[in-house]
Write a protein that binds this ligand. Sequence first.
Ligand code: 13P
Ligand code: SF4
Length: 308
Amino acid sequence: MDLSKEICRLKKEKNCVILSHFYQTADIQNIADFVGDSLQLSQLAAETKADIILFCGVNFMAETAKILSPDKKVLLPEPEAGCSLADSCNVEDLKMFLKNYPDYTVVSYVNTSVGVKAMTDICCTSSNAVKIIESLPEKEKIVFLPDRNLGSYIKAITKRDDMVVWDGACHVHEEFSVEKIIELKNEYPAAKVLAHPECKKTVLILADKIGSTAALLEFSRKDECEQFIVATESGILHQMQLVSPQKTFIPAPPIDSTCGCNDCKYMKMITLEKIYNTLKNESPEVIIDIELIEKAKKSILKMLEMSK
Ligand code: 13P
Ligand code: SF4
């Protein structure tokens, strides 16, 4: 059976839209209706007229789609597709933590569970985090969570002294090797370094462009440079190469070259076969308690409103 063909047939028959994050494998990106970063995908999930949203990404992304479109059926082909960053901040620990900061505004990266979003004042993604922090009054005290690297990066740019950053990190972006990136820069002196803000500061210092997956893709398309060293998850290289076939994209190596760390192990749990079965059976479905949806929704809607 040609799985891609069957998926395309079924999605038309069922009026289903397939949304894929840039970190999915090439075969999945190729059958998706839309491929994007986490902000773009949440905007699409909020606007779609489809009856079913099949999300090729990780749990928090599918949850965000369900929160924004609670009347639609949202399918996630692998419910175990979590996120090490989202896992680094749980509701109980956050409750304890916030006791120390009662009058602080809580700004959460979307890489969080629905429970954490329900405790959040405003969400952000890597593409709008600076804008969202800058929109808050200068004197406002802020708790930013859960990514320490993105948090420190935004804190430095926005010069917010009253910003407390949660100590979480992503297993992919923490692992890029500064030494190996410098070696690559010596080997390809004309190459520019592209880095996601979840990378450590020591990697970000080497970057010519820091941005969300969509921002890095756009930079690689527009810039006259022909070679790029890419410090984010490997899936983005497929779109970069599709958009700029004449350019060279070199994945930044992780510290341990045997660990396959520039693959997100959660993103890579989704396969064409699982997508086919999910679409056929309309399961597994993302189910969230409606009260929790209402609590979590406000922080995401605020973000979407500010991103227009
Ligand atoms: P983007 O918001 O840039 O798509 O990133 C999501 C993510 O999970 C990064 O690891
Ligand atoms: Fe989460 Fe990191 Fe995977 Fe992004 S790459 S989904 S932050 S574990």
